[in-house]
Design a protein around this ligand. Structure first.
Ligand code: G3H
Length: 254
């Protein structure tokens, strides 16, 4: 019975890889929209995927959200004692502290018995403050580490859900709605074609930087996120996707 279930998931994985044109998909059983523990299973699968891809020295950039928080919860020390330095992928995006990249990055590093560096900058910055902040030596150093990261771990969200959760200003809310944004990842909002329609201004990793990073892992599940996952991956084909059966069944259907 268990083998039957596993082979069913393998079929789903192969089907999604082909359909979305991405090289690696991992599907865990269940639907995280219905069962919160499924997020932990995605977290566990992500940790396993990470460990298979670690080098002797690693800089791991970590984004925010409840899913990546579950990855942090499931993190374990590396059995091979490799060097792990965790950094937040980007500065604050308007999230509660438990969903912020800084918090998750520190937790993940502690569970991995690795090291971490944080970005101490306010969530929303004016253009002038942004320009002077990125010149601060301590910030510059962390930004340098982020840009040189060997691995990125991020979530994908439904655009509207994310904009509301972050208490986005009404004019930006309107912009996001009028542009028919369906997906969100590390502060960028995307339409159904995977094009950026809005971004939160903050320091750290920018979308274009992702292309140069060797290993990019997106962790997102729940049937309600299928549309967002599909849209985001249109422009990010070298991403490894960790998802659940709920999202996978929707992704394979259309
Ligand atoms: O940045 C947040 C992610 O895009 C989605 O967040 O994992 O809480 O759904 P979540």
């Amino acid at each position: 019975e268990i083998m039957k279930e596993v082979s069913g998931l393998k079929v789903l994985e192969a089907g999604i890889e082909e359909k979305l044109g991405i090289s690696k998909v991992v599907v865990v059983p269940g639907d995280s929209d219905q069962s919160p523990w499924v997020k932990k299973e995605m977290g566990r699968a992500c940790v396993n995927t990470m460990r298979k891809r670690f080098h002797d020295e690693n800089i791991i950039a970590v984004a925010g959200g409840t899913t990546i928080s579950s990855v942090a919860e499931m993190m374990k020390p590396d059995t091979k004692n490799r060097e792990l330095l965790f950094v937040p992928a980007r500065g604050g995006l308007g999230e509660k502290v438990q969903n912020q990249a800084n918090t998750i990055c520190a937790t993940m590093a502690e569970k991995a018995m690795g090291n971490y560096r944080l970005l101490h900058i306010p969530d929303s910055l004016s253009h002038e403050s942004y320009q002077s902040m990125i010149e601060e030596p301590s910030i510059k150093e962390v930004i340098g580490l982020i840009k040189n990261s060997s691995m990125v771990i991020h979530g994908i969200g439904d655009a509207k859900t994310m904009a509301q959760r972050r208490k986005t200003a009404p004019e930006n809310m309107q912009k996001i709605e009028q542009a028919h944004a369906v997906a969100e990842a590390f502060g960028y909002y995307f339409n159904e074609a995977g094009e950026v329609v809005h971004k939160v201004q903050t320091v750290g990793m920018q979308l274009a930087d992702l292309e140069k990073i060797e290993c990019v892992i997106a962790v997102a599940g729940g049937a309600s996120k299928a549309k967002a996952i599909r849209a985001y991956l249109k422009k990010a084909p070298h991403t490894i996707l960790i998802t659940d059966e709920g999202a996978a069944k929707e992704l394979i259907r259309e």
